[in-house]
Write a protein that binds this ligand. Sequence first.
Ligand code: ADP
Ligand code: ZN
Ligand code: ZN
Length: 730
Amino acid sequence: MIIQVAIAIPVNCLFDYLAPEEITTITPGTRVLVPFGKAQKVGFVVSSLEKAEVNIERLKSIIEILDSTSLISQKDFQLLTWASRYYHYPLGEVLSAAFPVSLRKGKKAQLIQEKHYKLSAKGECLNPDQLKKTPKQKQIFELFLPPTLSLSSAHLTQLDKNWRSAVKTLLEKDLLTLEFQPKTTIQTPVKKETALQANEQQSQAISQLTKQIGQFSVSLLEGVTGSGKTEVYMQVIQQVLDLGLQVLVLVPEITLTPQLEDRFKQRFSVALSRSHSKLTETQRHSAWLEMQQGHSSILLGTRSALFTPLIRPGLIILDEEHDSSFKQQEGFRFSARDLAIVRGKLLNIPVILGTATPSLESLYNAQNKRYKLLHLSERAGVAIKPKFLLFDIRNQKLQDGISEPLITHIKKTLAKKEQVLLFLNRRGFAPVQICHSCAWVARCHHCDTSLVIHYDEKRLRCHHCGYQQSLTIQCPSCKTGELKALGLGTERVEKRLYELFPDKKIVRLDRDSTQRKGSLENHLEQINQGKVDIILGTQMLAKGHHFPNVTLVAILDIDSGLFSIDFHATEKLAQLIIQVAGRAGRAEKPGKVILQTRQPEHPLLTILLKQGYNSFAQSALAERQKAMLPPYSSQALLRAYAANPIEPQTLLNKVCEMIKSMSNHNTLVLGPVSAPMAKRAGNYHFQLLLQNNQRKNLQLLLDQLIPELYRLKEAKKVRWSLDIDPVDLY
Ligand code: ADP
Ligand code: ZN
Ligand code: ZN
């Protein structure tokens, strides 16, 4: 039998191998070890053939079949082949993305075994007093009472560091026995809370959603921040768990997992696993197998956890579905949201997308009745909706970005012993360092961008390639001028806040201030204990965190988001404003949201603040329709870069010619143009945007184009990538 194998390398073809003679069938997805060049590689079985396409004599044999059957279900195998075709990404790489690193390397699909000790039958009958001559043994022996208790090495070490020699003796005396148990990452439930009494809207959503259990459907749960979406999820999850089924919950950010994990642990009495990039390889290996083997019932994870096999699939939930981190931005550029829906359909289970600010794509799908739309329009419990205030800062005196009226509001809030949250989406001290006399600007030599001042570290840094140098005060160009900081970053605002509010506790949350492991958690804890007065931060703050005592939220500068060449920018800005606003007044206290702008009449702002997110979304959709932009059309972005600017352009020009010669003429081809930031990390980036009103037609074109692209000699000289449904045109 000849087996077609997919291998995780960047070529779009499969490889044929001979199966061992005794093998008659082999399931797609099974891992095999195969000779490849001079090395051995782990590959995935795709299909078996009666006849080879090449001379059978030249075929090599599979070295080893690593799994007795495929570790992923045939439905999931279908999902991954579908994804490989849709994203035009090599099947080997796509399959490999579904497995944890350990299994990609060929490790056994086995949970790691660890030593456990417990009382033997003889030990169970022993009265501990009989050991009183050997007090250490007696002390250790008593740790195992009541007799059903089994303890792992790690657990024993926690109880008593010096357990080893006593345990050894007790084993020799046949009072203890040793056994191996799978080591899991499962979180032990602490169930102590029962479901809340759902309000009217929640009850409706819950009953609609429970009706979907057991079949495929997509529901868009649109609920303002604090409206109790999580409560809805939990009540639906409970019903799925009661049927003995598993639940997959995806969130955009790792920092959101602990919060949700705590709430789940308090609510459910089932095993919970988690999977995200901050865990070790071993932990991810375990989580994957815990779900695959059914030890665990809930998996909480980020984007890549989507592919975790479920032995009893019941429900997929994507929280904050609008968030662009569900789209992978390098390598296999998949959208976890879109693939979750494909997976739900294949597994015939419901998918819930939840958010306060639905993406335009999802709203469009809801309007076309592809998704069921469920609303939670009121905040749950007693919380009241925040009030928006637009501060026109034209001709206003600003203290590092903070206007006088804002200072007044901050003072008033602090006087009431409530917390303030300030948002600025730029880290560092200032984005530009400029000479006061000759206007020279410190630029990155590798990128088309200026270096960002980081005063705390006395360095200039490039936020795009990581280049850094030390900070100087004298201009290297005119040698006499003094260098000044231009623009605002969180460090600068923080410094000013200390001057304005010297006796207040201020915490800055951005990527620089939270680098140390655990420091973000630490800060969040301090905030929640009320030890912090002013919280200042970036994007990081916009997502999901719950700060009950924050009653004033201010966005210092929204103007930079109003003018962008990327048509996604306005949608992202509107979502950001509403999400940041959602941090205000989540408990009993009413919240206020202040936006500082030089564009108070901007139509986006007026419609968003006067009529709400939904009206904004409707008008944004109308604009997209007029311009035939997604979701009214489909896009694919072909990017190419190289160390010189010629080769990427040559390739993209060649691609343009190829498209013209193809029959599919109604695809709009825009470019090639240089990327919005052309030079990055020493490479020149160019791009070609393809757009078609029919997704199917664009796919047909790419089906023809991409295999040829792999063969082009021009493509070998550059790095190129294809981004289907790009969420970011940079
Ligand atoms: P969301 O996920 O929509 O932001 P949450 O589910 O976190 O909202 O709920 C916000 C707050 O309201 C939480 O403190 C939650 O305990 C509370 N809450 C939710 N539903 C109810 C309810 N039915 N009755 C009382 N309080 C509720
Ligand atoms: Zn100068
Ligand atoms: Zn750079």
